[in-house]
Each structure stands twice: as C-alpha cells, then as structure tokens.
Design a protein around this ligand. Structure first.
Ligand code: ZN
Length: 201
C-alpha cells in the first residue's frame, strides 16, 4: 500500500525530535551568549525538576542561538540560565539529524584512556587550545521528554559532552589547559584576560 503525502508528512513529524528547529543563522538570536569574564559563566547550575513545555521552549531558543553562533554545543549557563541543561548537534549542516538534549546529565563512567583534542567555546570566541580528557564516557540524563536515558560516547561526542557538562559547574575549557604560555598568548590574542582563568588543581 502506498502512503499519501499527508501520511508521510505525519509520520515524519512523529519520528522527528519534538524540539528540533530550523538549522539556520538568525539575524537576532533569541538568547545572548555570555563571554569569559562574565560571572554568569562561573555559577553552579541547578537540577531541573519537571521537564515540561517551558523547558522545551528554552531548548528551542538555545538551539536557535547555537545554530546562529555556528556552534555544536551550548549549555544553559552560557545564556545566563543556571539549570542543568545542554544541547548538542554535531551535524549542524544536515537538517534531518535531530539535536541531542541532555537534562541533569551525570557521567556514569569515563575511560582510563585519555585524548588530547583542540577545543573552542562560544563563550571564548576565537580561542582554540588543546585539552586532555577521557576519550570515552557513559552518561546518564533525561531527554527533552523527561525520559531517563544513558548513552556511551566517544570521539567528538564524548569531547563535546564533557566540555558542555563543565559549564554546569562553572568550569571553562581554558581552566583545563596545561600549557600556560600557549594559554596566555591565545587569550591575549583574542582580547581575553588570563586572570579570568581558574585553573583546575
Ligand atoms: Zn563552552
């Protein structure tokens, strides 16, 4: 049996993410992204109780702001909202891949093996530096419908999840950079202050 166009459209709607928004650059993003030096980035985020439509509205606005800034991940504290929520889309050029939403994420386990990888952050525009982190993680979280989930991630996804989760405890990737001279040079070159770095002991 062939399905009508209307049926196809309905079934596509059902399977696509309930928070997906067009992946495009807007003239005015709905949310402003704070940059390093702003105290908002250093505040602990609170757990989210009920995952309701207001949370999904925030997710949509975060996605719109992330796509506008041409990022692949954004955490709520970066837009001044101190809730444990982050969005990730490693495939922003592909309109059919749904974004990933992590609410109250927790690292369940991390690999002993470490990777060095160059990171950047929408809150520290222009700055790219090597950071060492576990190469794979298992993370537990709630999705945009409030359903409990766990996932295993490696490669860029593991990297992105760990970077975004740091934002939930007020940590920036530059805090983890071990090459102090590279760090201060790169920050100075892009108009940021080394004194705003809070090195991880
Ligand atoms: Zn970041």
């Amino acid at each position: 049996m062939a399905r009508s166009f209307a049926q196809l459209a309905r079934s596509a709607e059902k399977t696509s993410s309930s928070v997906a928004v067009p992946k495009k650059v807007l003239d005015t993003p709905p949310l402003q992204i704070h940059t390093m030096g702003d105290e908002a980035l250093r505040v602990d985020a609170r757990r989210i109780g009920k995952v309701d439509e207001s949370v999904r509205d925030l997710v949509r606005d975060m996605l719109r702001s992330m796509y506008t800034a041409r990022g692949i991940g954004l955490a709520a504290p970066q837009v001044g909202i101190h809730q444990q929520l982050l969005v990730i889309d490693l495939d922003p050029e592909n309109s059919t891949t749904p974004p990933l939403v992590l609410i109250n994420p927790e690292i369940v386990s991390a690999s002993a093996s470490l990777d060095t990888y160059e990171e950047g952050c929408l809150s520290i525009p222009g700055v790219y530096l090597n950071v060492v982190r576990p190469s794979a993680v298992q993370v537990g979280f709630r999705d945009e419908m409030g359903r409990p989930r766990t996932m295993k991630a490696d490669g860029l996804m593991a990297r992105c999840i760990q970077h975004e989760m740091d934002h939930l405890t007020g940590v920036l990737f530059v805090d983890r950079v071990t090459d102090a001279s590279e760090l201060s040079k790169e920050l100075n070159d892009h108009g940021f202050q080394s004194s705003d770095v809070r090195s991880i002991p």
